[in-house]
Design a protein around this ligand. Structure first.
Ligand code: FAD
Length: 300
């Protein structure tokens, strides 16, 4: 396969909740498709809360678009049999990329009731399930991604431990990683340096959210346990109009994304929140080079 000469590009979508949301999501998908991303990822409710909606969206992406879907899958609170069933449905349905995650136990779900405790165990399970099928897969195997953290994961004792965990996921068979949101380019650069020093060789794609909504920045920051950049929040809050807030947010996102690419990021994964406008504004302002045709998840 020829070496890539352009950064990878991907978008994250979540399964729609209701008919109106589905219609607007599909308008978004059509707009994003025009930018020829390498893949679009579809989130999964921890413990399988929205499993069928996620599988339906993945199926539609495969049959109605030219996009390559990456299916998120979480193992928290699930049995090995349930996970095996979902992985078989994904692979059998034509999905060739899976993002293997632990997830966070939702209210009412006891994490100790699941058979797999860590994302690393799910990577191993996926590799075990696909093993007998690799001869039938055009790409030879399913592309498996995992989560990485530019700032300490809330449950983790240290950033060093996070790197050990990332290395363990690579050793279990992960092909690439996507980071949780981060707000300081230096955090991503440090993650790359520490990961490479520890022997992590897989691509680590920065996950970047368009920083155009104060509410979203705060919500995601608190969900992910990340301290939000106070000066960015002040600038967004101080904007005199929506248009000015949007310009400010897009400029801040472009700065973050460009710094990550300058530090050697292999591409960008944009958290879209099922809206195309801010993601496309960021792409336009970045001037990210795109290939004439989309690549594949497996080529990452
Ligand atoms: P793990 O890698 O299992 O790590 C979880 C914790 O356990 C960490 O603190 C780690 O240090 C520790 N740990 C891991 N392995 C070991 C070990 N062997 N020994 C001791 N400790 C260990 N959540 C969803 O519910 N649905 C989604 O679709 C989703 N998509 C995401 C996409 C991306 C790109 C990212 C970055 C996160 C996503 N999440 C999603 C959130 C994710 O599920 C949470 O961040 C969760 O808290 C950890 O998941 P993980 O896969 O990193 O877990």
């Amino acid at each position: 396969m020829p070496a890539r000469t352009y950064p990878a590009l991907s978008y994250e979508l979540y399964p729609p909740r209701g008919d109106d949301a589905e219609e607007s999501l599909w308008a978004t998908i059509r707009r994003l498709e025009d930018t020829r991303p390498d893949f679009v990822s579809v989130t999964y409710g921890a413990a399988g809360s929205n499993r069928e909606t996620a599988l339906t969206l993945l199926r539609r992406l495969l049959t109605e678009t030219a996009l390559k879907p990456l299916a998120h899958l979480t193992c928290v609170g699930s049995s090995r049999a349930e996970l095996t069933d979902v992985v078989e449905r994904l692979i059998g349905g034509g999905v060739r990329g899976i993002l293997a995650l632990r997830g966070d136990a939702p209210d009412g779900v006891d994490p100790s009731e699941g058979d797999l405790q860590h994302a690393e165990d799910l990577v191993r399970l996926i590799r075990h399930i696909e093993a007998p099928r690799t001869a039938q897969l055009a790409a030879g195997r399913v592309s498996v991604g995992v989560a990485a953290y530019a700032t300490r994961h809330p449950d983790s004792p240290s950033e060093e431990h996070d790197i050990d965990v990332l290395l363990a996921k690579q050793q279990a068979g992960a092909d690439f990683a996507i980071t949780q949101v981060f707000f300081q380019p230096a955090d991503y650069a440090r993650l790359l340096t520490r990961a490479r020093r520890a022997g992590v060789t897989i691509p680590i794609i920065p996950g970047v959210m368009p920083l155009t909504s104060t509410r979203r920045v705060e919500k995601l920051g608190s969900l992910a346990g990340i301290e939000v950049d106070a000066s960015l929040l002040a600038r967004l809050e101080g904007a005199r109009s929506d248009a000015e807030r949007r310009r400010t947010g897009v400029a801040a996102t472009v700065e973050l994304a460009r710094a990550a690419l300058d530090h050697g990021a292999p591409g960008l994964h944009l958290y879209t929140f099922n809206e195309h406008a801010a993601a496309l504004d960021v792409l336009d302002a970045l001037g990210l080079e795109r290939p004439p045709e989309a690549g594949t998840v497996a080529s990452l």
